[in-house]
Ligand binder design. Sequence first.
Ligand code: PLP
Length: 401
Amino acid sequence: QSTWAQIEQAPPDAILGITEAFKRDKSKDKINLGVGAYRTEEGKPLVLEVVREAEQRLVSDPNLDKEYLGITGLPEFCRLSAILAFGEDSKVLAEKRNATVQSLSGTGSLRVGGEFLAHHYPNKPILLPKPTWPNHNKLFPLAGMKVEQYRYYKPETCGLDYEGMLEDFRSAPEGAVVLLHACAHNPTGVDPTKEQWQGILDVVREKKLLPFFDSAYQGFATGDLEGDAHAIRLFADAGMEFLLAQSYAKNLGLYGERVGALSVVTSDPAITKKVESQLKAYVRPLYSSPPRHGAEIVVKILSDPQLYSQWRVELQGMADRIKAMRSQLFQALQDVGAPGTWNHIVDQIGMFSFTGLTKEQVHNMTDKWHVYMTFDGRISMAGLSGSKCQRLAEAIKDSVS
Ligand code: PLP
């Protein structure tokens, strides 16, 4: 008798399960819009040229180093990541108010941040937008935090429920943590405007809420690294204390290398030092130290002006292809005469679009049209190509009619 005889089968991961079903489908017309990773027009994964170049330089370096990194990772990686997020001239950096540690991509950075909060900011819930990236709902409770929700998306408009969001912030317990997607909200593709971000900042400050920014798409959302950091910099420049999780999965295509950073911004450099020492105390027993290869790629690119500008061009290229898919799909929906309004397809930003399709309609998309997507109606624009827009539009028309 096995020790584990009584164990129950855990449900498959909602998103990864879709890829499995897609692989099993024999149809030649099948389309996978479930993936959360960039694909070329030909549907292929992409390794950026700038990453290939940085890797070449790394492996040909006679001083190639495979020693352990320190607990907080590569110091130059942390410094450059903070500059990328806060901006070269940020007061936060000048005043040394950020404790920035390298961690395991976005997920690991969120998790270390969650562990830190659970212990050093106890009994405060974290409010997540409704809906949010599903892993938020899993990782924060496992880190020891109580999860609550705030209104974010308005199905009637396929846009932001700004009033609902602010109401929920106003009625939140004082000091609650609020998770904010820095840009390109996943899964909805709906972001606040600059004016709305200012309104959010005002309420966060008034209610003494503690923001935790999740920045998984800086530069990938619009091609503009500065523009996509607007919300983070607004809060930083306002002198707020907050946390920030950064990921290089999408904007550098370093998905499997697991490169990211966690920053805790405080109001005082002496406190920041103590915070950093406590972050170390959580990282050491979790995974000792982060992996070095991906972080070294990032340092090569961010510290070399030529590679940096090459990155910006390639980033713009990815963002532009996604934008082009939005307008081509919108056009195709008009052409086939799909009932309803579809402006949200072009208004939303980032990799995903929230189509507004119901669970039943998504079943029709998959069962009849071999189009794979998540049951909440989310499609990955990055998984689409020009040649598939017509068929996708027809599938959507059939499913909503
Ligand atoms: N946060 C959001 C909102 C995301 O969409 C993702 C990836 O899909 C992540 C965090 C973390 O991704 P990773 O751990 O691969 O960096």
